[in-house]
Design a binder for this molecule. Structure first.
Ligand code: PMP
Length: 428
């Protein structure tokens, strides 16, 4: 269908002013002007259900965050070379959610910066350079982090010290012990590094393997992988940009589902509910090799306004019991998606933890043949039905269902109804 005049005009201005690196979602791009909770509105007043946004993690424009930011902005915003309580109060609160071994906090503005620093710390601590990530991982946009982000595609060269492991795809690897298999994958890559004269520094992973197609796996399966990392003198960096802040329902942090203790935890997106704030949390002995010799100053990182936003987010997660909510609503949503799976052969798999769910589309259920075309067509059909989501995974055939945690039981009907309508039309 032809785009309306405004959409065409804005799309052309984007291409002209921003250039080709700026990719849009949808064949008919969405022009959003307002958000509240799990809902968004476009310029024409059409209402959408947001099933994709983990930045507005406690809900778009949450009044607690808006008020906290506003109040602090009226008072003071400055960098971290002066004393201020907020950064200390927040650090104490957030460190209390982490394993006791992790006892230091540092702040920046994006997940990329957090991972960039984590890699530098891992290298300083281990004396090595080699970093292992999964096949479709995305860890950021800086030079260091884009070099460990195969998700950016073949145009982006990986660093010569980067090694890839296959993701723990429990849907396709259903005939092996996933924990053993994944640990062996990591050992293989450590051995390969050694053969090429590269000293291993660490394993960097998002424990729900979001860009690898949303792979929660059974709780605990990551344990052996982390043991292998430690046995080989490396550190485990848990990238919590995706699974952190109560998202998975079962635990506050994604790695905690596996009962492992990371050496460094990085975060970003959901931490400030839209205010750019990110953090790195580490064991002080791991940090020492870096921080004893190199200063760290991030002009905007940890400023009072960012900290006010982060404090408000944490308070709402606890006060509104959002972790339990994510678990309960996520469970019912998964149940209803499994009913769709009974109805449509093309739904090969439904998996997830809390409100982080992957729905995998296949053209042959027995052979698990990925159906990317159907996935993309379904995303477009959903968009026209007012439901916003997107795809993930190496084959681009996994719908990533990751709404703000304010997603309610009532919203399940809209989402599942739209999926049902879309699948029924597209498979007819
Ligand atoms: N790590 C993961 C797992 C991510 O998903 C992202 C963002 N998509 C990043 C790091 C980078 O975060 P940012 O865009 O805030 O730099």
């Amino acid at each position: 269908a032809a785009l309306d005049a405004t959409t065409r005009e804005l799309t052309e201005r984007r291409a002209h002013n921003l250039g080709a690196s700026y990719r849009l979602f949808y064949r008919d791009p969405v022009h959003l002007v307002r958000g509240k909770g799990q809902y968004l509105w476009d310029a024409e007043g059409k209402k959408y259900l947001d099933v994709y946004n983990n930045v507005a993690s406690i809900g778009h424009c949450h009044p607690a965050v808006v008020d906290a930011v506003h109040e602090q902005m009226l008072q003071l915003n400055t960098h971290t070379r002066y004393l201020h309580e907020r950064i200390l109060d927040y650090s104490e609160a957030i460190l209390a959610t982490l394993p006791p071994e992790i006892d230091r906090a540092m702040y920046m503005c994006t997940g990329s910066e957090a991972n960039d620093l984590a890699i530098r710390i891992a290298r300083a601590w281990s004396g090595g350079t080699g970093i292992i990530v999964t096949q479709e991982a995305y860890h950021g946009t800086s030079d260091l982090t884009s070099g460990v982000s195969p998700a950016l595609g073949s145009g982006q060269p990986l660093s010569s010290t980067t090694r890839l492991v296959n993701a723990p795809d429990h849907y396709r690897k259903d005939d092996v012990d996933l924990g053993d298999w994944f640990a062996a994958e990591i050992q293989k890559q450590i051995d390969d590094m050694q053969m090429h004269g590269i000293k291993f520094a660490g394993f960097l992973a998002d424990s729900i393997f979001s860009s690898d197609g949303v792979l929660p796996g059974d709780r605990g399966f990551l344990k052996k992988a982390v043991e292998v990392v430690h046995r080989n003198g490396g550190i485990f960096i848990a990238d919590e940009v995706q699974p952190g802040f109560a998202r998975t329902g079962e635990t506050f942090w994604g790695f905690a589902r596996h009962g492992v203790v990371p050496d460094i935890v990085t975060t970003g997106k959901p931490m400030g509910n839209g205010i750019p704030v990110s953090g790195l949390f580490a064991r002080k002995d791991v940090l020492a090799a870096f921080s004893d010799t190199i200063p760290y100053f991030n002009t905007f990182g940890g400023n009072p306004v960012s900290m006010a936003a982060a404090q408000a987010v944490l308070k709402v997660i606890v006060g509104e019991n959002l972790q339990k909510h994510s678990l309960d609503v996520g469970r019912q949503l998964q149940d209803e998606l499994k009913t769709l799976q009974d109805k449509y052969d093309v739904v090969g798999d439904v998996r997830g933890a809390g409100l982080f769910i992957g729905l995998e589309l296949v053209s042959d259920r027995r052979l698990k043949t990925p159906d990317k075309v159907l996935a993309l067509d379904l995303v477009e059909a959903l968009r026209h039905d007012g439901v916003l989501t997107s795809v993930a995974g190496p084959y681009g055939n996994v719908l990533k269902l990751r709404p703000p945690l304010s997603f309610q039981f009532e919203d399940i009907d809209w989402l599942v109804g739209a999926l049902d309508r879309g699948l029924s039309t597209l498979t007819r």
